[in-house]
Design a protein around this ligand. Structure first.
Ligand SMILES: C[S@@+](CC[C@H](N)C(=O)[O-])C[C@H]1O[C@@H](n2cnc3c(N)ncnc32)[C@H](O)[C@@H]1O
Length: 238
């Protein structure tokens, strides 16, 4: 996921003013690849903090990077003067994404930037051919039972607007990919890992999963699945 999404994430962070001296916070950093890059960009006078519930995947020895174990649902991250606060692929898993976004906003300085990147599975709902659509229909039914919001992308801009942010801008980036590509491999690995849970849920059968995996190996099959929704805004003056 880092290889697939970091280039876009870095591009938007640069547009928002990442430079030496800037103070950045990443929420739900996972393996920390974005924050490791941020630490290099803001050095030496800046600060790059990365928080996650589980830091076991993050490299601990990156110069200038502060890793902290924290739950963004529990409160803001201190000190609450970050110039840029970002989170990618975190909110759709949370029981209360609004609380997380409020805590991200409260972690930023007045006029600081908030950058959210989350999925919206709109393209999957019209995927072709029918057997692929059948897979995504089952996948999305399973995710609803798991309380994962794969359509949160469309809710981000209204959420930031409702929380009083200014200069809100939103885009979505959707990869077109074919079987055998890096995205197809991402889905092959993800589905292989989740296969027992998917079939046990009754939402997907082995037949439907196998048909999807055959497509993922077919270079002649081109598709799109996820619109990664990129939304940013500026916090109000307090
Ligand atoms: C799907 S991963 C995304 C990782 C990374 N941002 C990326 O896009 O590659 C979601 C991450 O959010 C973290 N996470 C989930 N709930 C969290 C919470 N309440 N507070 C902080 N991190 C959380 C998980 O531990 C996981 O590392």
């Amino acid at each position: 996921m880092s290889e697939l999404l970091d280039p876009m994430h870095r591009r938007v962070l640069e547009q928002l003013g990442v430079a030496p001296g800037v103070r950045t916070l990443e929420v739900g950093c996972g393996n920390g690849s974005v924050s490791a890059w941020l630490a290099g960009k803001v050095a030496p006078a800046g600060r790059a903090v990365a928080v996650d519930l589980d830091l076991s995947l993050a490299a601990a020895d990156v110069p200038g990077l502060q890793l902290r174990q924290a739950d963004i649902l529990a409160g803001p991250v201190h000190p609450t003067d970050f110039d840029i606060v970002t989170g990618r692929a975190v909110l759709h898993h949370l029981p209360d994404p609004g609380a997380a976004v409020r805590n991200m906003i409260a972690s930023a300085r007045p006029g600081g930037a908030i950058l959210l990147i989350e999925p919206d599975f709109l393209p999957a709902t019209v995927a072709e051919p029918a057997e692929v659509r059948e897979f995504w229909d089952g996948w999305l039914a399973w995710s609803r039972d798991e309380h994962i919001d794969y359509f949160i992308g469309r809710r981000l801009a209204p959420m930031l607007s409702g929380l009083g942010l200014a200069e809100i801008a939103a885009t979505a980036e959707t990869a077109w990919y074919n079987g055998g590509s890096a995205w197809a491999e991402y889905w092959r690995l993800t589905v292989a890992e989740l296969r027992p849970r998917l079939t046990d849920s009754g939402k997907l059968t082995g037949r439907v999963i196998d048909a999807f995996l055959r497509r993922c190996a077919d270079p002649a099959w081109w598709t799109q699945a996820v619109a990664f929704t990129v939304v940013h805004g500026r916090t109000p003056d307090r």
